[in-house]
Ligand binder design. Structure first.
Ligand SMILES: [Fe+2]
Length: 623
């Protein structure tokens, strides 16, 4: 990490991308010497109150000595650690906490890691545990390595997990299946900042002992690597079987009953509070009334869109909300810090204010004991946020041209969006949008023209075409697209747009195009292909909003502020067109997501997830 300097660096091998010392024993000896006062501290923080995540106390009138990137002393009198070049800072009673950690976040979303780091640091988040599953879905392990590079050298700790969830459902997808096991193994061995494997869904792959999944799990456990879980909807013997695999965390509980069932089975629970779902309030209210042990509870985001982090904040928001709901402040801070590093078996190095820990330290504003938003942030002893503003340059990394060229669709025309009937079809199976994320199966009236082309019946209000194109497998001319696209019908959008399209979609990354007009759908799809990816909205033949996503067609390379604005414009354009959902961008993102019920749209066709079958878009023989 950029914070580390000279020989005063750390000794652990998996504490992010700072330079490891030549001889760990020497580095440890130096920190011991600094604690004894035989080596002068670089910095002493005086007169502060520490959230002690080890005792549940708030310790007043404390002093903290920092030597290199580590804390060397914590106590009431650090005078013995002071030397002629020691900087002493009087914190005038300010509260001090360890740096917050997000234990599960997909940072391959919206903005590049450097841009995200700037926002996260302002919220006091100094460690991110990343699962870049969409990068692997699009660009395999070559993309994973490229993404690791994009996260290195930043003034924040980014710990990576190698995605463990691909293909999401091998019956309907092959994304990420190529040479996966060997690459997972290599990724972990080769990179000290790769801790293990990301969330393993679907959980049925575990309960049914899918051979590849079993090999992945045993590979990781043999190397003492962490494996993150995903047990949405699992209970009883199925949940017990999943836990028996050695995967002992989950961020999917949406209520306290699900959380406590998992805690009782020895799992760690990450309470999700992010763009996809906000489960904190419901769970925390019952945590307070039931009073379970808090040692295995954490907060995670699972991904944050630009508007969400600006509106709510990040893990600081979770601490703030938990305290507002009645959790003791030290307990809330502990859930955001120590518990995360204990789960990842890194508690010796991170998670608290104590000798030997890396000096990731948050200093709150004077007199502020409720916002939990720091005014000063130190990472490895280096001040990265000062007076609530970034105090360091965050370098943007150049990326190779190949990662910008992942949208491989030949030029499309209106005919690529046609649905043709094999016989007399009078109705269609539709994907019904219940929310931006949740879908159902419906039916809608359709009409055929003389050539067998099917369109929604004029009375079938709010029924739209939806198309999915495999944009990743390279193809030749326009005939090549025929085998890797599907077109069906979508119901419940509520808005009348010519076309709404995205090249980023969980975790298939098919290009999804929704619309009312075949020619306009083709035009928007061609626009996204030409621009190497993004999300765009077209009304009356004109693109009214777009958010380019140049990195693998899933992440923008623009500054955070630009992406924030574009994100608002896309959602706003859809709202202006009458869309009934708050976050329309999520609609194409989730349409192919095979880990969620009920009906999904992929380039291979419409899929009934719980039924495990494909669905023909048209119904034949209805009266
Ligand atoms: Fe996730």
């Amino acid at each position: 990490m950029a914070a580390a300097t000279s020989s005063r660096t750390s000794s652990s091998s998996r504490t992010s991308s700072y330079r490891a010392p030549r001889d760990p024993a020497d580095a440890t000896s130096l920190v011991i010497a600094a604690a004894m006062g035989d080596e002068p501290a670089d910095t002493i923080l005086e007169n502060c109150s520490i959230y002690s995540v080890y005792t549940g106390e708030i310790l007043h009138d404390m002093q903290i000595s920092i030597y290199g990137d580590r804390i060397s002393y914590v106590g009431h009198d650090a005078s013995h650690t002071r030397g002629s070049r020691t900087t002493t800072v009087d914190l005038e009673g300010r509260r001090v906490a360890p740096g917050y950690a997000d234990p599960h976040i997909h940072i391959d979303q919206f903005v590049m890691p450097a841009e995200f780091a700037k926002e996260a640091l302002l919220c006091g988040v100094t460690s991110l545990f990343s699962d870049p599953i969409d990068v692997v879905s699009v660009a395999g392990y070559r993309g994973f390595e490229e993404f690791l590079r994009a996260g290195r050298g930043l003034p924040i700790r980014i710990f990576q997990t190698v995605p463990g969830g691909l293909p999401v459902d091998p019956r309907f997808s092959r994304r990420g299946s190529g040479a996966m096991l060997a690459r997972q193994r290599t990724a972990v061995r080769r990179n000290p900042d790769v801790l293990g494997m990301g969330e393993v869904f679907s959980w049925t792959k575990v309960t049914e002992r899918d051979p590849r999944t079993m090999r992945s799990i045993s590979d990781m456990t043999r190397q003492h690597c962490i494996i993150n879980g995903h047990t949405a909807g699992a209970s009883g013997k199925k949940l017990a079987a999943y836990v028996a695999s050695g995967i002992i965390s989950c961020h999917e509980p949406i209520n306290f009953d699900q959380a406590i069932e998992r805690l009782r089975l020895g799992m760690w629970v990450m309470i999700r509070e992010g763009s996809i779902r906000r489960d904190l309030e419901g769970i925390i209210r019952e945590v307070i009334s039931h009073g379970p042990y808090l040692e295995r509870l954490m907060f995670c985001s699972d991904g944050l869109d630009p508007a969400a982090i600006r509106e709510f904040g990040h893990i600081d928001h979770c601490v703030r909300e938990a305290v507002r709901l009645g959790i003791h402040p030290v307990d809330a801070v502990t859930m955001a810090t120590r518990n995360v590093f204990d789960y990842y078996m890194m508690g010796r190095d991170l998670g608290g204010i104590a000798p030997g820990r890396l000096a990731d330290i948050l200093v709150m504003r004077k007199g502020d004991d409720s916002s939990f938003r720091p005014e000063t942030v130190m990472v490895g002893g280096r001040t990265v946020v000062s007076k609530g503003r970034l105090a360091v340059d965050v370098p943007a990394r150049r990326m190779p041209a190949w990662i910008r060229r992942t949208v491989r669709i030949p030029r499309l025309s209106a005919s690529d969006f046609e649905v043709r009937a094999r016989g007399r079809a009078t109705s269609a199976n539709t994907i019904v949008l219940k929310t931006e994320i949740i879908t159902g199966l419906g039916t809608a009236r359709v009409v055929c023209d003389g050539d067998g082309r099917v369109v929604p019946h004029p009375d079938a209000a709010d029924v739209w075409k939806v198309a999915a194109f495999d944009r990743i497998r390279s193809g030749g001319g326009s005939s090549a697209i025929r085998g890797r696209r599907s077109v069906g019908f979508l119901e419940g959008l509520g808005g009348d747009v010519g076309a709404f399209a995205s090249t980023w979609s969980f975790h298939e990354n098919d290009m999804i195009v929704i619309g009312s007009n075949d020619a306009e759908m083709a035009a928007v799809a061609n626009h996204l292909t030409k621009n190497n990816g993004g999300v765009a909205v077209s009304c009356n033949g004109r693109i009214v909003a777009s958010m380019p996503l140049q990195f693998a067609g899933i992440v923008s390379t623009a500054p955070f502020e630009t992406v924030l604005e574009q994100f608002g414009q896309v959602n706003g354009a859809m709202s202006d067109a009458g869309c009934r959902f708050e976050r329309p961008v999520l609609i194409p993102l989730f349409l192919p997501f095979l880990a969620l019920p009920l009906v999904r749209m992929t380039a291979g066709g419409m899929v009934h997830v719980t039924g495990g079958r494909r669905v023909d878009p048209l119904r034949y023989g209805d009266a």
